[in-house]
Design a protein around this ligand. Sequence first.
Ligand SMILES: *[C@@H]1O[C@H](CO)[C@@H](O)[C@H](O)[C@H]1NC(C)=O
Ligand SMILES: *[C@@H]1O[C@H](CO)[C@@H](O)[C@H](O)[C@H]1NC(C)=O
Ligand SMILES: *[C@@H]1O[C@H](CO)[C@@H](O)[C@H](O)[C@H]1NC(C)=O
Ligand SMILES: *[C@@H]1O[C@H](CO)[C@@H](O)[C@H](O)[C@H]1NC(C)=O
Ligand SMILES: *[C@@H]1O[C@H](CO)[C@@H](O)[C@H](O)[C@H]1NC(C)=O
Length: 260
Amino acid sequence: MIKVLNIYAFFTVLLIATSCTGNQEVEGWMQSCNNCTCVWLNGRKAANCSNLQLNEVPSHLSREMEDIDLSGNPLRRLGVLSFLVNGLIKLEVLRCQNCSLISIHEIALDGLVLLKKLDLSKNRIVRVYRDSFRHTRRLESLNLSFNRIHSLESSTFSGLYYLQEILLNDNQISFLKAITFEKLPSLQHINLANNEFEEIFTDYTENLPEFNSTLDLQGNPWICDCRMEEVRKTFLRKKLLTVPAICAEPSSLKGNLGQK
Ligand SMILES: *[C@@H]1O[C@H](CO)[C@@H](O)[C@H](O)[C@H]1NC(C)=O
Ligand SMILES: *[C@@H]1O[C@H](CO)[C@@H](O)[C@H](O)[C@H]1NC(C)=O
Ligand SMILES: *[C@@H]1O[C@H](CO)[C@@H](O)[C@H](O)[C@H]1NC(C)=O
Ligand SMILES: *[C@@H]1O[C@H](CO)[C@@H](O)[C@H](O)[C@H]1NC(C)=O
Ligand SMILES: *[C@@H]1O[C@H](CO)[C@@H](O)[C@H](O)[C@H]1NC(C)=O
């Protein structure tokens, strides 16, 4: 009996020893990181390639990478299949804040079928193409804040069934069609603060039957007239607004909450 136990003990020690040696070696996916820092982040294989003066998406990273931070690199544009051509098809998180991005090619994100979180904030993006998100059907969070977006084509986000939040604050949007937000059954939060809206005649949430949370419209130069009053009442009734919009015009209501 004792002999048997000893044998088990021997194999256990052997097993632990083997796994310890394994841990000391650099894991395969970490081997080709070059100047990026590879770490486990929130259970994902992550590469932090921020602020490396990169002009393009790195091609040397492991195909197993699940999270990439490219922030602060002067990439200027994301071209055709930017990630797919570099084998980066397992990405679940992609950050590219302050990447001097002017344009995102229509099919730049194609292939990223597992992407959940996309942060393209603090760039100079003017236009977002309608088909940009046709492959990224698993997106949960989309951050396009602090860009120069003027308008969005209808159906740009349509069919992103898992999308929970969309941040479009601090852009130059003055008009959105009613169907900009449709077929988004998981959406909880829309941020349209600090844009150029003067008037809203449409309830952007009317095509979102499940939308029960917040629509942020602060910091827009509202002209509070009778036409806008109806929509404003609807928003207030649905308790959508976090803070009521402040009027820029008419001057009699300037700085008011637009409540008569
Ligand atoms: C890593 O950074 C150093 C210094 O900034 C640079 O000279 C080198 O080319 C970089 N290596 C790669 C593979 O990008
Ligand atoms: C990447 O590194 C930068 C600089 O150290 C840090 O500020 C940033 O938060 C890191 N990104 C992630 C996703 O941890
Ligand atoms: C943005 O990125 C540039 C490099 O492209 C860097 O010099 C600058 O410090 C970054 N700004 C911020 C606010 O991180
Ligand atoms: C979106 O981007 C802004 C600016 O970079 C940042 O402050 C904010 O935390 C981001 N929010 C989310 C949910 O990613
Ligand atoms: C909105 O609904 C979702 C599920 O439908 C729920 O998880 C969430 O807590 C709700 N939010 C609010 C603010 O009621």
